[in-house]
Write a protein that binds this ligand. Structure first.
Ligand code: UDP
Ligand code: MG
Length: 335
């Protein structure tokens, strides 16, 4: 049985050799056949050269396919590109920096093969190596995400095994803007969990800046939940009730002949309501932006180069396969 390993890679030249060694060592312990799909997500270092060298491996039970995206499209896009290329009966997505321990692969495969669970997910046990701020931020984000989307994501990671059925469903989802972790939870298939403690990065640097992380948090919450919009509506309703009460009070005072000077109240109200309106408009704008990005139907990524030894050898070219399809269609008509 063929198992695909999907690895998104961005500027990992310093750690790729170690990754390759770790992977080959682990694969030798199992009897499956493997396909390693390495997706270069617009690296500016030597990663692509290293990846292309790996494709010439002559290990009998390991095929290596390399996909190069035309620029940096982000990890989500790289994962999708890898899953589309994968031909295995199951796929395992893992990081190239060894923070998703390859040693767990045999255990994941056991759970999938014997337990027949369509998803096996790596759950991060602790985040003790990360800074206090990063842990707090991550925990706050997951709390907001879970609350707004109804999907529990504490400890979730991108280290996952997906059965072919799940891969196909994921590939066929209509949206351009993907969030792997969230969508696999959303699809609702049974999942077994394997706990792991992410080790420190072996080499290189994390590609995520604070800005990137905030952008990811914003876009994932927006694409999974319309709760923020509903909160705005509730705020509006609360504001309406408050202003009705205030109107009645003001009119009452006026009729009774003791109109207040009330200048600070006016300023506070103007400031408060003004900023609430701006905030709400901004929030609605975020949703419109998301809709705009989706309706353009631009692809999530563009591939500039693919190296796949198996493709040259066994697969028909696109024109040929189109011919085959037409021939089959004629056959069916004749029958
Ligand atoms: N990565 C990617 N595209 C990006 C950023 C990261 O393909 O734009 C890859 C990266 O090479 C690594 C994985 O995604 O294999 C996880 O990235 P990183 O270690 O930077 O993230 P973290 O571990 O901090 O979540
Ligand atoms: Mg990492």
């Amino acid at each position: 049985m063929l198992i695909s390993l999907i690895v998104p890679i961005r500027n990992e030249q310093a750690g790729l050799d170690r990754f390759w060694q770790a992977i080959t060592a682990v694969l030798e312990q199992t009897s499956y056949e493997f396909e390693l799909v390495m997706v270069d997500d617009g690296s500016s270092d030597d990663s692509w050269r290293l990846i292309s060298e790996f494709t010439t491996t002559d290990r009998p039970s390991l095929h290596v396919a390399a996909i190069r995206l035309s620029r940096n499209f982000g990890k989500e896009a790289a994962i999708l590109a890898g899953l589309r290329q994968a031909e295995g009966s199951a796929a395992i997505v893992l990081d190239a920096d060894l923070q998703h321990p390859p040693e767990l692969i045999p255990k994941m495969l056991d759970l999938w093969d014997q337990g027949r669970t369509p998803i096996v997910e790596g759950v991060k046990r602790k985040r003790q190596h990360e800074s206090f701020m990063k842990r707090m931020g991550a925990s706050l984000y997951y709390r907001i995400f879970s609350l707004s989307s109804g999907l529990d994501m504490q400890g979730a990671s991108d280290f996952k095994l997906l059965d072919r059925r799940v891969m196909d469903q994921y590939i066929n989802l209509p949206e351009t803007d993907r969030y792997f972790r969230g969508l696999t939870a959303w699809m609702g298939f049974d999942a077994a969990a394997i706990e792991f403690e992410p080790p420190d990065r072996e080499a290189g640097e994390s590609g995520w800046s604070l800005h990137n992380l905030l952008a990811l948090a914003r876009s994932t919450i927006i694409s999974f939940s319309s709760l923020p919009l509903r909160i705005v509506t509730w705020l509006g309703v609360a504001g309406l009730i408050f202003s009705l009460a205030l109107t009645i009070q003001t009119l009452w005072y006026k009729w009774m002949g003791f109109a207040e000077e009330g200048f600070p109240t006016v300023i506070l109200l103007i400031l408060g309501i003004g900023s609430m309106i701006l905030f709400s408009l901004g929030l609605i704008g975020e949703y419109i932006g998301e809709i705009y990005r989706e309706v353009k139907r631009r692809p999530s990524y563009i591939v500039s180069e693919t190296l796949s030894p198996s493709e040259h050898i066994s697969q028909p070219s696109r024109e040929q396969s189109a011919d085959v399809v037409t021939a089959q269609a004629h056959e069916e008509v004749r029958e």
